[in-house]
Ligand binder design. Structure first.
Ligand code: CAA
Ligand code: FAD
Length: 379
């Protein structure tokens, strides 16, 4: 058993750390306050190869492993989870989905610009009445021969207005239930495709979340991903890896808040000594550090299993369930360590606390992770 990162992984981790400090930290409070998407920062992330990290070089990606990917997610999320969710969706949902299951033509046309960061993508499964219960898709894709006619509404779509390419899950044959679901590549600008207003959110406010409306959108047959009826399995297989990315985001949010609390506790004095000298604060820091380390082990292990070509369904769900819980617990304590200063924006921890909550909701709520884990261990 090895607990050491390779030279290359350490370099990538450092590059992401530097990027987060130099490019994400300036303006992060304003972007959160004004719900401003990090346009320029995402462009630079693309130039660095962080938007197609695991895509093979043949398709314009960086050809890196999943461990490197979670290291980058962790470092970016310490500073700006609104930017890191763009990285997560583009890498582990959109690029992975296309590379693993797309046709040669789809990879050439869509994966290449997505992996190089020229454009970004979105993954569209959730609907107003189908979130956790993802098999009950109401969006329909009627087979019309050369094309499918897409009708319905998708909800909460990350990169909703900034994406150029959307992977959309829809029901083709309701009589077959989940086996009649398909996944399609939809381009922005296709006739009948409209984007709803931006959601005003509690956290990850810089991220761009929208509902999407499809009204008789003609999607060419060659834009269906995989065999007829493969759409639900496509979504599940893709989300397995996505959950590792969100687990790494949760880990980074927790680690970012902990680092701020650790520094603050050694500077701030009360009763004639640094507050870290009070056992109540020192023990909080000890608990935070321990939980973060445990979460890190789960996240890295899930990524490592993926790299080894082994099953990571169980490990990915465990990592997401635990790391997101730790993100909530640690960020709440980080605010507490900061006292009143923690309650104002300038000290960053209140934002990290608000951002932490989403990691227990998207890409499968904590209850859904418990469902996946319990099924795996009872099977
Ligand atoms: N891999 C492959 N196939 C899978 C699978 C997996 N991991 N999990 C399930 N399936 C298959 C099953 O084998 C079954 O197919 P067959 O009948 O052909 O064997 C089919 O899918 C249905 O499976 P279940 O009976 O287990 O389905 P279920 O209705 O009980 O639901 C669920 C399973 C795990 C709860 C699923 O609905 C789920 O994951 N829900 C959560 C949805 C979710 O995570 N949404 C995230 C949206 S994206 C997002 O959020 C992005 C973002 O924020 C940034
Ligand atoms: P519901 O499914 O209605 O769940 C409500 C509550 O009931 C939850 O606590 C849930 O855990 C619980 N629950 C439901 N069923 C069960 C059960 N069987 N057992 C126990 N508890 C249960 N989706 C996308 O497709 N693409 C995206 O890019 C995307 N980005 C998102 C970004 C943001 C900011 C947000 C808020 C959401 C995003 N989502 C996205 C949607 C997200 O994946 C869903 O919100 C999530 O899957 C939960 O679905 P829901 O909101 O419908 O909640």
């Amino acid at each position: 058993m090895q607990f050491q990162l390779s030279e290359e992984q350490l370099m990538i981790q450092q590059a992401a750390r530097d990027f987060a400090q130099q490019e994400l930290k300036p303006g992060v409070i304003e972007r959160d306050e004004h719900q401003k998407f990090p346009v320029e920062q995402v462009r630079k992330l693309g130039e660095l190869g962080f938007l197609g990290m695991m895509v093979s070089e043949e398709f314009g990606g960086s050809g890196l492993d999943a461990v490197s990917y979670v290291l980058v997610m962790e470092e970016l999320s310490k500073i700006d989870a609104s930017a890191s969710v763009v990285v997560s969706v583009n890498n582990s949902l959109v690029c992975y989905g296309l590379e693993a299951f797309g046709s040669a033509e789809q990879k050439e046309k869509y994966l290449k610009p997505l992996a190089s960061g020229e454009i970004i993508g979105a993954f569209c499964l959730s609907e107003p009445e189908a979130g956790s219960d993802a098999t009950s898709q109401h969006t329909t894709a009627e087979d019309k021969g050369d094309y499918y006619l897409l009708n319905g509404t998708k909800n909460w779509i990350t990169n909703g207005s900034t994406a150029s390419v959307y992977l959309v899950i829809a029901q083709t044959d309701p009589s077959l239930k989940h086996r009649g679901i398909n996944a399609f590549i939809v381009e922005k600008g296709m006739e009948g495709f409209t984007i709803g207003p931006k959601e005003n959110k509690m956290g990850i406010r810089g991220s761009d979340t929208h509902s999407l409306m499809f009204n008789d959108v003609k999607v060419p047959k060659e834009n269906r991903i995989g065999e007829n009826g493969f759409g639900f399995k496509f979504a599940m297989k893709t989300l397995e890896g996505g959950r590792i990315g969100i687990a790494a985001q949760a880990l980074g949010i927790a680690a970012g808040a902990y680092e701020l609390a650790l520094a603050y506790a050694q500077e701030r004095k009360s009763f004639g000594k640094p507050i870290s000298d009070h056992q109540a604060i020192a023990f909080k820091l000890a608990d935070m550090a321990t939980k973060i380390e445990a979460a890190r082990m789960l996240v890295y292990k899930a990524a490592w299993l993926k790299d080894q070509g082994q099953s990571y369904t169980l490990a990915g769900s465990m990592a997401k369930l635990y790391a997101s819980k730790v993100a909530m617990e640690v960020t709440v304590e980080a605010v507490q360590v900061h006292g009143g200063y923690g309650f104002v924006k300038e000290y960053h921890v209140e934002r990290l606390m608000r951002d932490a909550k989403i990691t227990q909701i998207y890409e499968g709520t904590s209850e859904i992770q418990q469902m996946v884990i319990s099924r795996e261990i009872l099977d």
